[in-house]
Every structure is written in structure tokens, then in C-alpha cells.
Design a protein around this ligand. Structure first.
Ligand SMILES: Cc1cc2nc3c(=O)[nH]c(=O)nc-3n(C[C@H](O)[C@H](O)[C@H](O)COP(=O)(O)OP(=O)(O)OC[C@H]3O[C@@H](n4cnc5c(N)ncnc54)[C@H](O)[C@@H]3O)c2cc1C
Length: 484
């Protein structure tokens, strides 16, 4: 078959969720992926018995009340994989204190108030506002997905928060610089300092973990991508791997009518969703006058940070937590300066998934993955020099790590771009700064954008919501209801 109701380009979480929803509703759906395995950033790879997640530390949205779980359920594959809950969500290591971020928000509030008793009222007020903002985000998101007619009617309250930075909220309720730094420990998850990151993006990230839990799929994130792809096939969808899309075809009325693939195969469709990088969609796949949309977004909004990642397989036991943030000072703002990368005084994230998931490493061994924030760039990295700097820095957290390494590999922003197509290895799509509203309008009626380039909000769950919204747009045009 060469004709489909909908074609989804790219199998990142946004593409998998949109193709999953469309296939579950009986639409003839094609999901086409350039790489030989599905998943984009939620991929995993194996080296000598160690299973590494290529990028992601943990996600939410996979408990029974979460969007990703509901799509797995609709596809009838929710029993095909398991998830491990991470509690505490993270342990943040500051110069004189280690702070677990309890999965239970009230336990975390109690922990903070006992450490900073004079800030007790402010802490409680801060979380009260955070809960209110998150409720607003959730109801706006649900409205976008179920009723696209309303998608441009953002409430004035949300609009106000969109223009607010996370630091403005912190400073309104809290005084102690250490407390403000502790509450900013997840800013590296969005790649922006508290003074610039959007309050909405930051609250969505923090509260999604408190509300829906932080999880990793048993066996690695690749399992989630593989099971979603299987579910799409089981529901009549077609999944093509190892064949990229070279061109999106437009008819005389500027509507999409099909695609041409790298191997010259052509497919036709009434609807197209692109989960590919925004620049690539508008510059390469559409081209011509559409290229200016990507250029304008890149100049006006800018792209998010990237990471230099070191993957190590080590022998022997580790007594720590599986998600660590190392902060050599309380000066959170300084970690986000481009010159901070690879410096002693910069932050680093560490994931040791094998602590909870024993099957990811051989007996008495562990996977230890280090994330150093760097600018999204196409510049060359001296991999071995950068790896050495990172390993030296991490000795403060895992002192004898260097002598225990059995397997080592690394990824630069260019590696990330090569595997996923994300512009300069950007980790979260657009820069999630305050004032960012939404992606530019492109005027092509039957083209939707899914994933972290499609909407505000960074990370896997936000990309999944964007995929659901794209599917909702198509279902509405087809006279069908989205029931997620
Ligand atoms: C190091 C790192 C750590 C992160 N940690 C976390 C975390 O702990 N928690 C969290 O929630 N988020 C995290 N994120 C962010 C999260 O991974 C991303 O925001 C999310 O996975 C992006 O999903 P997406 O749907 O936009 O697609 P992507 O993952 O960007 O995938 C896009 C897919 O499209 C395919 N494609 C591109 N062009 C074409 C084409 N022309 N034809 C066919 N296919 C094409 C690509 O091959 C790719 O598979 C992290 C990101 C990085 C880099």
C-alpha cells in the first residue's frame, strides 16, 4: 500500500504517540523513521553486556494516569513492559549538603522546611502557587488535545506566567540563596538558568514528576520505543525503519499530499505529522519559502542546550542513588555560562540506572552515565580530553570510578545530531525561555508538528503531549474524537 490516511515522519516519543493514537482510532497510519531503530532520544544501546540509555535519565507520564501509559493501553501493549519508579526523584549534591528530592511532594516540603525553618511560610506558599500553575497547565493542555478550536485561546493567567521567569517566582517567596539554588536543581533539565527559564516550563517539569512520578522502563528506554512501535503495527499501522524522508510533497493549494523517501519510494496521504527537527522539516523537507520559518524561529527563539555524555560500564558495587545532580557551588546561574562547560566548578548530572534495574549490567557491575551541559553546536570536541576532564570531576562523587571502568564511550552534540537529526544536538527543542509562546505558524493546513520542536515545554512528556495534540488535530478534521 502506498496511500495512507496519515504519515508520521520520525519515531521520537512525539511521533510514536501521534502514530499510536491515530492507529488506535483505525486510521491507516504510516510511521517512517530514518534510523534503524525507533525512539530518537529515547534510544538505548548495548556494549559488552551493559545497556545504556543514550540520553534520558527519567520520565513521567507512564503511571496508569499518565498520557504515555494511556496510549500504550489503547494500543493493547501496556502489559508488554514494566516501569521502575525512582524515589527519591534525584539527589542533589551541594557543597555542604545532599538533598534528596522526595517523590512525595509533601515529604520534600517537610525536608526543606526543617532545613530552612525561617523560610517555612515562603516554601509552603511557593508550592501552593506551583500546584495552581500546574493545574492551569494541565487543563490548558487537555483542552488543546481534545478541542483544537480552543488552542489559540490561552487564558490571560497562563499568558502572564509565560512571561515570568522561574527566578521571579523563587524571589517572590524565598530569601535564602541556598534554598533558591536547591529549588533550581532541575534547571539543567531544561538547559537554562532560573533567571531565564520560563516559569511555565519549569513548573511543568517539576510538578509532572511530583504528580505522576519519575520512572524508567525496565531494560532501558529503547523498550518503550520498541513496544510503542509494536503496538502501532498490531493496530494496523505500518512502521518503516532505516528509510528517511527526503521531501514533503505539496499540491498547488500548498497542502501536503505525500512524501519522497531517501530510497526514492513515494507515499501519499491526506495528513502529515513531522516529528523531525524543525529546521530540517522547513528547510530540507519543505524547502523554498518555508525555509524562512525555521530561520526566523532559530533567530528569534533560539535552540536549547545540548550535552556531552560519557557512558561507563564499571565493575564493583556503588552505594549512591541512581539519579544525581552534582553542584560544586550554590551559584546556579554560573553553570549556564558557555565558558562553564568542562570546568571544575560546573554542574554535572549522573545516572546509574543499573542500581534499580539489575539486568542492565553484568553481575556486580553498573552503568554510570555523566551529562555535562554544553551549548548546542556543530564544533568538534576533543572527545578523549573532554572525557578525562569529566571523569576527574566526578571523582568527587564516585572516588575510585576511573580504576573500575570496563567499558567507556562518549557522545558530543554532533553525535546526538547524527542519530536523531536534532539541530546541533539540541536536547529539548526550542530554548524554554520566558516569553516563548509557541512555534511560528506555517499556513500548511494538513501539516502538524509533533515533539519538542512543536510546542512549549521540554522533555519526553511534553514531546508526548505535542504528539497527542498533533493526532487530535487530525482526528478532529476526520470527525473523530480523541479519547485519551
Ligand atoms: C542528554 C539528554 C538528556 C535528556 N534527559 C531527559 C530526561 O531525563 N527526561 C526527559 O523527560 N527528557 C530528557 N531529555 C529530552 C528528551 O529526550 C526530548 O525532549 C524528547 O525525547 C524529544 O522527543 P521528540 O518526539 O521531539 O523526538 P526526537 O527524540 O528528537 O526524535 C526525532 C526522530 O525523528 C527522526 N527523523 C528526523 N528526521 C527524519 C527524516 N527526515 N525522516 C525520518 N525520520 C527522521 C529521528 O531519527 C528521530 O528518531 C534529554 C535529552 C538529552 C539530549
Amino acid at each position: 500500500m502506498k496511500d495512507f490516511d496519515a504519515i508520521v515522519i520520525g519515531s521520537g516519543i512525539g511521533g510514536l504517540i501521534s502514530a499510536g493514537i491515530l492507529a488506535s482510532k483505525g486510521l491507516r497510519t504510516l510511521l517512517i523513521e530514518r534510523h534503524v531503530t525507533p525512539g530518537g532520544y529515547i534510544a538505548s544501546f548495548e556494549r559488552k553486556g551493559f545497556v545504556f540509555d543514550a540520553a534520558v535519565d527519567c520520565i513521567s507520564g507512564v503511571a496508569p494516569d499518565g498520557l504515555i501509559f494511556k496510549v500504550l493501553e489503547k494500543l493493547g501493549v501496556h502489559n508488554d513492559l514494566g516501569f521502575l519508579r525512582i524515589d527519591p526523584i534525584r539527589v542533589s549534591i551541594f557543597p555542604d549538603i545532599e538533598i534528596p528530592v522526595d517523590a512525595d511532594m509533601n515529604a520534600y516540603i517537610d525536608r526543606l522546611t526543617s532545613l530552612f525553618p525561617s523560610e517555612s511560610a515562603g516554601i509552603k506558599e511557593f508550592f501552593k502557587i506551583a500546584c495552581r500553575v500546574y493545574e492551569m497547565i494541565q487543563s490548558a493542555t487537555n483542552m488543546f488535545i481534545s478541542n483544537n478550536a480552543g488552542s489559540n485561546n490561552i487564558s490571560p493567567k497562563i499568558l502572564k506566567f509565560m512571561n515570568t521567569t522561574y527566578n521571579e517566582l523563587l524571589s517572590e517567596y524565598l530569601k535564602d540563596y541556598r534554598l533558591k539554588a536547591i529549588l533550581s536543581d532541575r534547571c539543567p533539565f531544561l538547559g537554562l538558568p532560573p533567571s531565564r527559564v520560563s516559569l511555565i516550563s519549569m513548573i511543568a517539569l517539576i510538578m509532572s514528576y511530583f504528580t505522576h512520578g519519575a520512572y524508567r522502563p525496565v531494560g532501558g528506554f529503547q523498550r518503550l520505543a520498541d513496544v510503542l512501535a509494536d503496538g502501532i503495527r498490531k493496530n494496523g499501522g505500518r512502521v518503516i525503519l532505516g528509510n528517511g524522508v527526503k521531501k514533503i510533497l505539496l499540491d498547488r493549494d500548498n497542502n501536503c499530499c505525500g512524501i519522497i523517501c531517501d530510497n526514492a519510494d513515494e507515499y501519499t496521504s491526506r495528513h502529515i505529522i513531522s516529528n523531525a527537527d524543525f529546521n530540517s522539516t522547513f528547510k530540507n523537507l519543505l524547502g523554498g519559502r518555508h525555509a524562512s520559518i525555521a530561520e526566523k524561529m532559530t533567530t528569534d527563539v533560539g535552540v536549547s542546550m545540548s550535552f556531552f555524555i560519557v557512558y561507563t560500564g564499571i565493575k564493583g558495587e556503588i552505594k549512591t542513588h541512581s539519579s544525581l545532580g552534582y553542584f560544586p557551588s550554590y551559584d546556579i546561574e554560573s553553570f549556564f555560562k558557555p565558558e562553564a562547560a568542562f570546568m571544575d566548578k560546573s554542574t554535572i548530572g549522573i545516572t546509574i540506572s543499573s542500581l534499580e534495574d539489575k539486568f542492565r549490567a553484568p553481575h556486580n557491575c553498573h552503568t554510570v552515565v555523566f551529562h555535562e551541559m554544553v551549548e548546542a553546536t556543530n564544533k568538534d570536541f576533543d572527545k578523549s580530553r573532554c572525557t578525562d576532564i569529566i571523569l576527574k570531576k566526578t571523582e568527587k562523587v564516585i572516588p575510585d570510578l576511573k580504576d573500575r571502568i570496563l567499558v567507556i564511550d562518549s557522545a558530543t552534540p554532533q553525535t546526538l545530531e547524527r542519530y536523531t537529526g536534532n539541530y546541533r544536538g539540541a536536547a529539548f527543542g526550542w530554548r524554554q525561555a520566558s516569553g516563548f509562546r509557541n512555534v511560528a505558524r506555517h499556513g500548511i493546513k494538513n501539516l502538524s508538528i509533533a515533539g519538542h520542536w512543536g510546542d512549549m515545554g521540554g522533555g519526553v512528556l511534553a514531546a508526548a503531549y505535542s504528539g497527542a495534540k498533533a493526532a487530535g488535530e487530525i482526528l478532529m478534521k476526520e470527525g473523530l474524537q480523541i479519547d485519551i
